[in-house]
Ligand binder design. Structure first.
Ligand code: AMP
Length: 212
């Protein structure tokens, strides 16, 4: 199977060819069609399985660059992961219309992040604590987002972001689409799933990247 058969836009395929992605990984093969079909997705997948492209590529298909409001929120446990996600999506978007992405995280100047957010990014990538802080300062709005992605969700819970995630999700529209990626499936992940995405399609890949 190639990226062509996943039906991605030609401009995205052109970028993938340049990056050197030829064959989709198992998690990409499983997740991309579900996302394109508009479903909530729960993916049990670790780092290294190609999960960033599994959500990043179809996200570029569904975003509307011509709209000037924030459409997608990606929550990630650390600054490093947030920055990596942004870099990858920018590479995928090399030949699409400009997609504005802002990454916000703790331990850095909030004033600079507030300034960056004034330009209304299409995608906000955030660690949960800093996002809460920015929301309380009214520096951003997530009330119109159509897509929420929780990346390394189990890590975010391990880091104590459980209440923050609940609070953040409670400010997002009912009809959004949610994609959750997690290496493990503890009870609290199941609770998030049953509360916010009870109809999610579920996929699992093992350590070798093969489908379970
Ligand atoms: P991730 O699981 O998203 O952290 O990705 C792990 C690594 O695999 C990253 O370095 C990606 O650039 C790479 N990668 C992801 N998808 C593909 C693919 N379809 N073909 C080749 N490399 C890939």
């Amino acid at each position: 199977m190639s990226f062509l058969s996943l039906g991605l836009k030609p401009e995205i395929q052109q970028a993938l060819a340049e990056i050197g992605y030829v064959t989709p990984t198992p998690v990409q093969k499983a997740v991309i069609p579900l996302i394109k079909a508009g479903k909530d997705v729960l993916a049990n997948a670790e780092t290294g399985t190609g999960k960033t492209a599994a959500f990043g590529l179809p996200l570029l298909e569904v975003l509307k660059p011509e709209l000037r409001h924030t459409q997608a929120l990606i929550l990630a446990p650390t600054r490093e992961l947030g920055q990596q996600i942004a870099q990858q999506i920018q590479l995928f978007a090399k030949y699409t219309s400009t997609i504005r992405i802002v990454v916000v995280y703790g331990g850095a100047s909030i004033v600079e992040q507030m300034r960056a957010l004034k330009n209304t990014p299409h995608i906000i990538i955030a660690t949960p604590g800093r996002l809460m802080d920015l929301m309380s300062r009214k520096a951003l709005s997530i009330t119109n987002i159509s897509h929420v992605i929780l990346d390394e969700a189990d890590e975010m819970l391990n880091m104590g972001f459980k209440e923050d995630i609940d609070e953040i999700l409670s400010h997002t529209p009912e009809d959004k689409v949610t994609w959750l990626f997690s290496a493990t499936m503890p009870k609290d992940i199941r609770r998030i799933v049953s509360k916010y995405m009870p109809e999610a399609a579920e996929i699992a890949v093992n350590k070798g990247g093969e489908m379970n």
